[in-house]
Design a protein around this ligand. Structure first.
Ligand SMILES: [Zn+2]
Length: 140
């Protein structure tokens, strides 16, 4: 646990900021505001509901073949190894005895999640900014 001394950007009070997260009050552990000021900020923000969030939605705007081709076209390192990408743990299906394989593939500026649920059966999802108020994907 690394703790650094800081001064609050608002009131100037010296305080201790825990880089790995505060154990007792993680929401008050801020790198620019003391615990007292952060408490006031959080209380004020409670009156404003969250309006946007990120979600993964299923999409058919790209095919499995396109994504697999894009995966094969990803840049390689000088020694021919694939450039490191985000990886996901494989899940074992007790009923079918198969492993679910999930990978993130960038294609045309979007990061798609290609999941092989069972042999030859794929789902494709993408991360989008979701408009919670209107319950739809946010564009723009
Ligand atoms: Zn303060």
């Amino acid at each position: 646990m690394k703790i650094i001394r800081k001064e609050c950007n608002h009131c100037g009070t010296p305080y201790r900021h825990t880089l790995s997260g505060h154990i007792n009050n993680p929401e008050l552990n801020d790198d620019s505001h003391c615990h007292e000021c952060m408490g006031v900020i959080l209380k004020a923000l409670d009156s404003i509901p969250k309006k946007f969030d990120y979600r993964h939605i299923k999409t058919d705007e790209v095919s499995v073949e396109e994504l697999l081709a894009a995966k094969n076209a990803l840049p390689k390192t000088l020694d021919g190894m694939p450039v490191p990408r985000r990886c996901f743990p494989e899940l074992y299906n007790l009923n079918t005895g198969e492993w679910t394989k999930t990978q993130q593939i960038p294609y045309n500026g979007t990061k798609y999640i290609l999941c092989e649920v069972t042999k030859g059966i794929f789902t494709i999802t993408k991360r989008v900014l979701w408009d919670i108020v209107n319950d739809k994907e946010h564009h723009g």
